[in-house]
Design a protein around this ligand. Structure first.
Ligand SMILES: Cc1cc2nc3c(=O)[nH]c(=O)nc-3n(C[C@H](O)[C@H](O)[C@H](O)COP(=O)(O)OP(=O)(O)OC[C@H]3O[C@@H](n4cnc5c(N)ncnc54)[C@H](O)[C@@H]3O)c2cc1C
Length: 441
């Protein structure tokens, strides 16, 4: 695969391997799955086995005959590669903005869905006994400037007014909680936390399969067409005919529904894991094992895995010498934020794609009668993709789309999509400049 492009499974029937990430190396083994062979029928066919597809399958079963098709492995896409921060907010829009854009009715239902989204993640982990899949000990968003602290106060007020469990953190409180004086204060959303991304994906798959979902890996959906008995999804060795289809392919969407791919920009982002840190260091750096990501446009973030590795990452404008540059950039950031860390050693570096929409808002689509999709996590998909599962499951069971919590919108291709995609990463210059200008202001 070219390092700059999302794999296209419709153009190749050879599934790609999982990236060499700390998550792939340390997750419990996946339940055994096999490629689809032969022609089968189902009530619902789901394309994509990430959090969206698997949460949809989990909420459809038992009771609805469900087939999931995954081009590669469970969690191959963003779901097995992310930082694992389960965050019950959107990346940019706060409740008042969501109400302004989605209107009073859909705005309110969308806000409720987002507010409860991280709770759903941890409820599923507990309910289905997912081994070592998550810790619900809060997401902290520190403010990198006094100006961003005012935004944090407004954000907290808007979310707590709508029932979110969250608290403001003064500079001293934050410093005591995370072991750093680098930020100006912040807030903690108590329902947030961290997941082991791949353990969670595999846990969802095991739970859905346990309830009767038939999950086929190494099975790219190569064509989708309307037949006399319903929608037919073709794969290299067979097909699934079903009344309803859920496209859960998000940033990894290929040409299966060509228009979809042009409605978002796939943005590459990098993740990295240190070697396990000593107990002494861990007592002073994020001692509460919180999820942490700050207010910068060029986000700074960190969390621990179960073995005490610190997992962080960054975006880059160019791929040249990426690993070396990332190690130096992210190592310096961590050291600046937590001087007690000293120089860290890196054990894993990997990358993945997330789907950005022009207004940073999620999109729910009815692509044709009986074909549903959502995308546009804008970097907040651990909780949101999970919460879209029940929404898509309701639609796939025949619920009235008008009753969905999010507004149903037309898929609108982005003009000059190829060019916009190529230039998207250079937006990092602008974000870094804003982060810098805001510093101290
Ligand atoms: C590096 C990185 C870090 C991130 N960090 C965070 C974070 O800390 N917190 C957070 O909230 N969000 C984060 N995100 C976003 C989050 O991971 C995603 O929003 C979420 O995982 C999306 O899940 P999904 O199931 O919708 O899509 P995916 O997990 O991407 O799944 C889509 C699947 O569809 C499959 N597929 C595509 N085409 C076909 C086809 N034709 N046939 C069959 N299968 C197909 C793909 O192989 C893939 O497995 C991050 C994303 C990345 C990339």
């Amino acid at each position: 695969m070219s390092m700059n492009s999302v794999p296209s499974s419709t153009s190749s029937s050879i599934p790609e391997a999982l990236p060499d990430s700390v998550w792939a190396a340390t997750a419990p083994a996946a339940s055994e799955t096999i490629p689809l062979a032969g022609d089968v029928t189902a009530d619902v066919v789901i394309v994509g086995a990430g959090y969206t597809g698997l949460s949809t399958a989990l909420h459809l079963t038992p009771g609805t005959d469900t087939v999931v098709l995954e081009a590669s492995e469970i969690g191959f896409g963003a779901s097995g590669r992310n930082n694992g921060l389960a965050i019950p907010t959107l990346a940019k829009a706060d409740p008042e903005e969501i109400l302004r854009v989605f209107g009073p009715e859909k705005g309110e239902t969308t806000i409720n869905l987002i507010r409860d989204s991280a709770n759903l993640v941890f409820d599923l982990i507990r309910r289905h006994d997912m081994e070592k899949a998550g810790e619900q000990n809060g997401w902290i968003q520190p403010a990198h400037s006094p100006g961003r602290m005012r935004l944090v106060e407004k954000r907290l007020e808007e979310w707590t007014r709508r029932g979110a469990k969250a608290d403001l953190l003064s500079r001293d409180q934050l410093s005591n909680l995370i072991g750093s004086d680098a930020w100006h204060g912040g807030w903690i959303a108590h329902q947030g936390g961290t997941v082991h991304p791949m353990a969670y994906a595999r846990g969802l798959a095991k739970a859905a399969a346990g309830q009767g979902a038939r999950i086929h890996t190494k099975t790219p959906a190569t064509a989708l067409e309307r037949g006399p008995k319903g929608w037919v999804v073709r794969t290299p060795l067979g097909s699934v005919t079903a009344e309803r289809v859920v496209l859960a392919t998000n940033a990894y969407s290929d040409d299966l529904w060509p228009r979809l791919r042009r409605t978002f920009v796939p943005v590459k982002t990098w993740q990295m894991a240190t070697t396990p840190l000593s107990d002494n260091v861990r007592k002073t750096v994020l001692p509460g094992r919180h999820a942490l990501s700050d207010t910068r446009g060029d986000l700074q973030f960190a969390r621990y895995d179960w073995q005490g590795r610190l997992i962080s990452g960054a975006s880059l404008i160019f791929d040249m010498n990426s690993e070396e540059r990332l190690k130096s950039i992210v190592g310096a950031r961590l050291k600046r934020n937590f001087p007690q860390l000293g120089d860290v050693e890196w054990e894993y570096v990997w990358s993945g794609f997330l789907a950005m929409t022009p207004d940073y808002l999620p999109r729910l689509h009815v692509l044709a009668p009986g074909v549903f999709s959502w995308l546009g996590c804008n970097g907040r998909g651990v909780a949101l993709a999970t919460a879209m599962g029940p929404v898509l499951a309701d639609l796939a069971r025949g619920a009235d789309p008008e009753q969905a919590p999010l507004p149903i919108v037309e898929p609108r291709p982005i003009p000059l999509h190829g060019l916009v995609t190529r230039l998207a990463r250079s937006d990092l210059w602008r974000r870094r400049r804003i982060d810098g200008v805001e510093f101290g202001g």
